[in-house]
Design a protein around this ligand. Sequence first.
Ligand code: SF4
Length: 464
Amino acid sequence: MSRVNPGGYREAAAATLRDEPDVRDSVGSATRTFDAHRRTAYGAIDVERWRDWARDVKSHALTHLDDYLEQAERALLDRGAQVHWAETAADALGVLDAIVERRGVRSAVKGKSMLSEELEVNAHLERLGVRPVETDLGEYIIQLLGEPPSHIVGPAIHKSLEDCRRLFHDRLGTPLSAEPDELAAAARHALRAEFLAADLGISGGNFLAADTGTLALIENEGNIRLSTSLPPVHVAFVGIEKVVPRFTDLAGLLQLTARAATGQPIGNFVSLIQGPRRSDEVDGPEEFHVVLVDNGRTTLFADDIAWEALRCVRCGACLNICPVYRQTGGHAYGWTYSGPIGSIISPGLLGLEEAMPLPNASSLCGACTDVCPVRIPIHELLHHWREEAVAEGLAPRGEAFGSRLYAAMATRPGAFRAGGGLLRHTPWPWIGRSLPVLGGWLQERAAPKPSRKSFLKLWDEGIE
Ligand code: SF4
């Protein structure tokens, strides 16, 4: 069954807040920690220059996408890789079908990959009779729980240490008092056998350098390195937007991504993969497949405004700072990508109708834009999708009516003054509590008292 359900956002968010109060604590605490580390790591470099540079590199690659993708393909083929072009999720999964059948694959180890979540690779492998095993610790936890990731970088961010202790006690036999190191050791022990037995390794790709055909992968646990080098076949699912022009671009992009994601100067492990094992190498797969996946990206690129979302390097910094995401974590968003990036990329990849109401899941405070390492104007893109929703008749009728009413008043000075006066003399605590949306807000908060004189009156009297 498909997990795509952004339309259920409001109900899912309300249910999380009502039924799972621990989620808000776990997510809030973890995202604040991530964000504090990011701030320190940004402060150690001339980050504004880095962000300008990263924006320009990614934008240049996106506006010359066909050239760089073909260049990357040639370089990969020259080094013995096999390249597949997948227009849709079904095309990408079809590549797996052929490999599984030809190689008799029974089990697969996976590195963390949001694209593989988007494609629902695990469910597909299970349908093929293949046992997929997530090897990133956070992904491993949520796979044991049968849940999707809640965060791009920290998939199990919504779980507390107590949750993990109970889970590992039940599934791996660790003591209920086990410390995090003991839990990690138990997972490592269980996964070691999986790495050695796997017929197939699956990864995503952080970047693909066109000039050398180098697939760059960044991680902290070493599990991606094992997943991509121990099994005899490695399949990398790579979104077409991940291509960058030069091998030398990787140095800056990998560092900036790590700083934005976890506050590290660079990830603990960086793998630069250029092909299958050569005759003089001791490890590496016999076959290396790169699946270049579109799955809606070309459609998103055709949007004159929203295309900038394709610069995303999936660092999760915008999730960590988002006051809305912090309340519920990622599951409420109903699809692979959550938080601010989910709210701007899902309408492009799924279609706006399917993705509503995600563009409204934001206060438009702009904090996400301030932290994005590739300068995606996230709050402007949220606004863009809201405008599109109104234009396509997808916005709630009351909201569209309210916007039209405000526009009509704001463009007529007399009406604006009269409306302002009326609002200033309205007994808000009494009326407000009975209104939809505003009523909920005022149950928890006192409406500020209007000032004695309106701003327009003060303006007329000559305030500076
Ligand atoms: S939109 Fe920017 S901040 Fe958010 S995940 Fe993507 S790159 Fe990171």
